[in-house]
Write a protein that binds this ligand. Structure first.
Ligand code: GDP
Ligand code: MG
Length: 271
């Protein structure tokens, strides 16, 4: 049975963290593990996470960052540690469980069934027979943003911003997290832009062939979001910055060297 480690970024989550849901899932799925990243929270988040860990250290671990650094850096720190772990897959998931934990086995199944896939991302598509409950304004703003992101990336991706993603452990995926992100809330787009660079400079397989968007059965906007209305405006400027720093045709050097293990495979393939 395949195993996964899921990074949960947490900033002041004492009111939203559904500890019981995590415990229940961990009991039913001992093959999966959680790494909570406490991003310098000033409430009781640290205590709650430490309790969770001491009750079941085989399922839960906590990384405490001494000061708040934002979701992108918290996820990056967690993923760097997760990708070094002896499991099959590593991913990240929003702490508010907008995407329920029950979806994790569906994500792992996709990677199990299709060895050519390196990344599965959740997609919030409002179809009949699914429960996608999103505030109308955020849905429409989100659709405009997603369309702009897809144009900038030149990739027919539907939903870059869903907070549930699972990566196959590979040197290529490690490279994606190797340096600090330029953006915060839209680092998911930056990740795909980085992967686009690996395609261009190291002839890695194309994102069209290796990324799978999994339409979620259930997703729910959870109150208490830290995203503010002006973040949407900021997101469009950040999108321009992603284009400029990663995707403009005149770029001659990738954001980071491909790590050695993947490098030798890929360079052999390119030769
Ligand atoms: N590490 C870190 N995580 C954050 C921060 N702000 C939000 N998050 C986490 O990011 C995830 C999504 O946050 P949320 O406020 O629900 O954003 P939304 O769902 O996009 O509206 C949750 O796991 C939060 O704990 C932050 O400053 N640092
Ligand atoms: Mg949320």
């Amino acid at each position: 049975m395949s195993s996964a480690i899921i990074v949960i970024p947490c900033f002041n989550e004492e009111k939203r963290l559904e500890v019981l849901q995590f415990r229940k899932f961990a009991l039913a799925h001992p093959e999966h593990h959680f790494l909570f990243v406490n991003d310098g929270s000033s409430d009781r988040t640290a205590l709650i996470l430490d309790d969770l860990k001491s009750a079941a250290p085989e399922s839960f671990d906590v990384l405490h960052l001494s000061r708040n650094q934002g979701k992108a850096e918290a996820v990056r720190q967690g993923m760097l540690r997760a990708l070094e772990t002896d499991v099959d897959y590593a991913g990240y998931w929003d702490a508010d469980l907008a995407t329920p934990l029950d979806m994790i086995p569906e994500f792992t199944q996709q990677l199990d069934q299709a060895p050519h896939l390196t990344l599965v991302i959740g997609a919030r598509i409002k179809l009949l027979g699914r429960q996608i409950e999103r505030q109308q304004l955020r849905h429409y703003l989100g659709r405009v943003f997603a369309t702009a992101a897809s144009i900038v990336l030149q990739l027919p991706v539907y939903d870059t911003q869903c907070g549930a993603k699972l990566f196959r452990i590979s040197a290529q995926n490690k490279t994606l997290f190797s340096t600090r992100f330029l953006t915060n809330w839209i680092f998911d787009v930056e990740l795909l832009a980085r992967a686009r660079q690996l395609e261009k400079f190291y002839h890695c397989d194309s994102l069209e062939a290796t990324v799978y968007e999994l339409p979620l059965k259930c997703w729910q906007d959870v109150a208490g979001s830290k995203v503010k209305p002006h973040d949407f405006l900021k997101a469009f400027f950040e999108l321009c910055s992603i284009y400029w720093n990663y995707l403009r045709p005149s770029i001659r050097k990738p954001f980071a060297p491909l790590s050695v293990q993947a490098g030798s495979d890929q360079i052999r393939k390119a030769a």
